[in-house]
Design a protein around this ligand. Sequence first.
Ligand code: UD1
Length: 421
Amino acid sequence: MDKIIIEGGVPLRGAVQVSGAKNATLPILASALLAEGDHLVRNVPDLADVRTMGRLLSHMGCTFERSADHHAASLRVPAAVLPEAPYELVKTMRASVVVLGPLVARWGRARVSLPGGCAIGARPIDLHLKGLEALGAEIELSHGYVTATAPGGRLKGADFTFDGQTVTGTENIMMAAALADGRSVLRNCAREPEVIDLAEALNRMGARIEGAGTDALRIEGVTSLRPLDHTVIADRIEAGTFMVAGALPGCDVEVRGCLAGHLEALIVKLRALGATVTEVAGGVRVTGDGRPRPVDVRTSPHPGFPTDMQAQVMVPLCLADGSSTVTETVFENRFMHVQELQRLGADISTDGKTAVVRGVASLSGAPVMASDLRASAALVLAGLAAEGTTEVLRVYHLDRGYERIEAKLAPLGARIRRGKE
Ligand code: UD1
């Protein structure tokens, strides 16, 4: 297994390019299942999760190929697919569940393994299933699989309100409604930029979706769609992670290719902790001036502060001149990075959904264990800020969502390399 080794304490300076968004790429690749033929998706990040989605689509009978630089994916969807997502793949990537909506909408039937528990809480898919039922699907749960069937082979448009906001749930039902018979109105939808990117990709395929980015989607079902031709948006979470790196004391990082408009909640917090954030041509520049000021952070669905940035923003707060609180409202049990940050000398206590972070003057390097994707990114940031050597173990979590993070950080002056555990 790989590990990341960091000699910390070197202020980062320079520019870094952001890759395509993982969380937009996965549902967009799944949406290819809505149309037979040759699909093309550009600005695809070279990540383990994207390879898993490729394996999943191949399992169904599609042909999945990457360009030489891995950043374009071409996909051939045949005239018949095996509408099944097996446990072996779903267990390694929970987001595999986004094939459910397209499969049942286009092929009349889907058999998808239940994702099961995951490191950051229970994460059920009940809202996805309720949405599909509203569109007329018959749902059966047995042997750890959900089977969804569209009576007569086609779903029916419906008016449906999500009980809670769910990103992949909104994406699944939006894809399903795109091919349903008649008009759907979906309410209390997620408003994340990745939902908008998917809606744009679907509309280019011939779907008729309005309202993406608001909490109500109006979808006029069509009988068929043409293949995808789409360029994925930049990854706002990867960008946000590099922006937090820029906000560390003495650092100055230009994050290229990102859209500041997708990161407003983070930018507000970075400024509050004393960083200078400026929009520059093609990106955002973040300068960490001195010791951070304490700031309170509360996660919530977009446009609120992203839960996927909660672990990373805790790192400058660990070094702040005072106490901060971090409240996680989206997921239960998303503080696994806290114990590891404590190993680096951070002073943090948690009580339910809230962590109290009492700033310390410095962190000191140590071996730490990554527990999930964003927690690993936080540990890399903490290792950069800490004195001495930090080894981040179980890097496979990091590789699910960050494209060669060590190769992106090294040109900024970071002493970071990959080794074997
Ligand atoms: C997506 C993102 C993930 C991000 C999360 C929240 C992808 C591939 N992943 O995950 O990186 O952290 O949004 O921004 O896009 N819930 C239910 N029932 C459901 C569905 C969700 O109770 O049927 C709950 C979840 O347990 C959680 C909350 O709703 O507490 C939000 O989850 P959701 O938005 O669905 O997260 P994902 O789409 O899985």
